[in-house]
Design a protein around this ligand. Sequence first.
Ligand code: CA
Ligand code: CA
Length: 172
Amino acid sequence: MDSAEYERKIAARFATFDQDGNGYIDREDFSAAAKAVLAEFGTTARSDKGQAVFAGAEAFWQGMAGIADVDGDQRVTREEFITGAAKRLRDNPQRFAEIARPFLHAVIAVADEDGRGPTPAAAVRVLCALGTPPELAGQVATALDGDGDGRIAEEEILSAFAGYCGVEAPDA
Ligand code: CA
Ligand code: CA
């Protein structure tokens, strides 16, 4: 990967986390993501599933801040993301994904409408609610159902997330 492609990928990852697009990642972005998913599935914030999504989003933010908020101002700037999070992601994407596990687990519970695991269609709804372009969301959801049984397992989602986040730097 050349450095231009690395920059482009890091920028895309940053934009994924910066849900409101104001140039930094903070708690608001994570609660916005939680709200968007709950709204998509008509789940109330007060329900058990809704509370789990918000708790997972908060834990995800705390994990992100612990890694990347170098100056402790409760905001992760693009520079902090590149120096802090990107390095950690590169060194250990699987461990980074563990930070997201409670959130992903709770989102899966919301998207799993019959208790047999989310369908690719439900995954598309989640991804679109989080700002993924529909065409890309469709490709990702299809890829997530690797064995084609029409259901997506939590471990598949977690490892896909780790893969998405793990961006190799040009000098790595
Ligand atoms: Ca933001
Ligand atoms: Ca900061």
